[in-house]
Design a protein around this ligand. Structure first.
Ligand SMILES: Cc1cc2nc3c(=O)[nH]c(=O)nc-3n(C[C@H](O)[C@H](O)[C@H](O)COP(=O)(O)OP(=O)(O)OC[C@H]3O[C@@H](n4cnc5c(N)ncnc54)[C@H](O)[C@@H]3O)c2cc1C
Length: 272
């Protein structure tokens, strides 16, 4: 329960943070809210040589509204996302997802950038970003780049971010007909399975949490959906899935949950 010894650095700008990451040659980790990284360090599942605490970099905070999209600084907390009127009205799936993450303490410390960069397949925000067709901006020694959600999540706890890159902001298109529904045993638990639905008229983008090593699109549902046949289309939610079995649920039960939750997410999105 005691982490391995590590150095601690506190940059005041993104450029300083990138330089510090470079100095440690891939053996340092960015510290944001610490609500995933510190538990992993205590369990010695992560043992970085150094933590680069980005918490005081003011430019990484805040929410910017534009006509078609909302840009959210990486250090914006789940509570701030959940409470932002511009997100509740322009992208309700994001506000409701943030409001349902963990408990109050987790939401007050955990950040949108940390959740995305952590790429936990049971985390809620990666699937939501994928369904929204959102993107992340990263800055590193070679400058700034934009990464589409579809190219960001690589595998279990792995993204396409380089070890010396900082995720600086997340951009989501506005999507009023959107909803996220998850199944967990207790209110503060991680999702066993979750479904994100973003509906545009007769088409939909659907992504699932908890059915593989990374969030996945439910392509068969998207192909079957015609704008009204929610139950029939949702019946395809487990097509092609090889959902894992573990102590929380069997793969078969996860497939059942995927079908039920996709139907509920589609219905909720269309009712908005
Ligand atoms: C009790 C509990 C319950 C939870 N329940 C849920 C839940 O229901 N749903 C859910 O989705 N999540 C849940 N979480 C996770 C929570 O949302 C975390 O806050 C989140 O996963 C990580 O965000 P963080 O800011 O704490 O990141 P940290 O823990 O600081 O970092 C996580 C990882 O991302 C990297 N990182 C962080 N920020 C950046 C950045 N800007 N650029 C590059 N790399 C970065 C770190 O180096 C680290 O590898 C829970 C956590 C706890 C402790």
């Amino acid at each position: 329960m005691i982490p391995q010894a590590f150095e601690y650095e506190q940059p005041s700008s993104v450029a300083d943070a990138i330089a510090m990451l470079g100095k440690h040659g891939g053996e340092a980790r960015v510290l944001a809210g610490g609500h995933s990284l510190l538990p992993m360090m205590k369990l010695r599942l992560a043992a970085p040589d150094a933590l680069i605490d980005i918490g005081r970099i003011a430019s990484l905070r805040g929410i910017t509204d534009t006509p078609d999209a909302i840009t959210i600084g990486a250090l914006t907390t789940h509570a701030e996302v959940a409470g932002a009127e511009v997100i509740a009205s322009g992208c309700p799936i994001l506000a409701e997802t943030a409001a349902g993450i963990g408990d109050l303490q987790v939401r007050n410390r955990g950040t949108i950038g940390g959740s995305i960069a952590n790429a936990d397949p049971h985390g809620d925000l990666p699937a939501v970003l994928l369904a929204l067709d959102g993107e992340a901006t990263a800055e590193g020694p070679n400058g700034r780049r934009t990464i589409a959600a579809a190219d960001l999540f690589v595998d279990y706890l792995q993204t396409s971010l380089s070890p010396d890159e900082i995720l600086t902001e997340v951009r989501v298109p506005k999507a009023s007909n959107s909803a996220y529904v998850k199944f967990n045993r207790r209110a503060q638990d991680w999702a066993i399975v979750g479904a994100a639905a973003v509906v545009h008229g007769s088409s939909a983008r659907i992504a699932l949490t908890g059915v593989g090593s990374k969030p996945v699109r439910a392509a068969a549902v998207e192909a079957a959906f015609d704008g009204s046949n929610t139950a029939e289309a949702a019946g395809h939610a487990a097509d092609g899935l090889d959902a894992p079995s573990d102590t929380a649920a069997s793969g078969e039960y996860r497939a059942h949950l995927a079908r039920v939750l996709v139907r509920r997410a589609l219905e909720a999105a269309m009712a908005r």
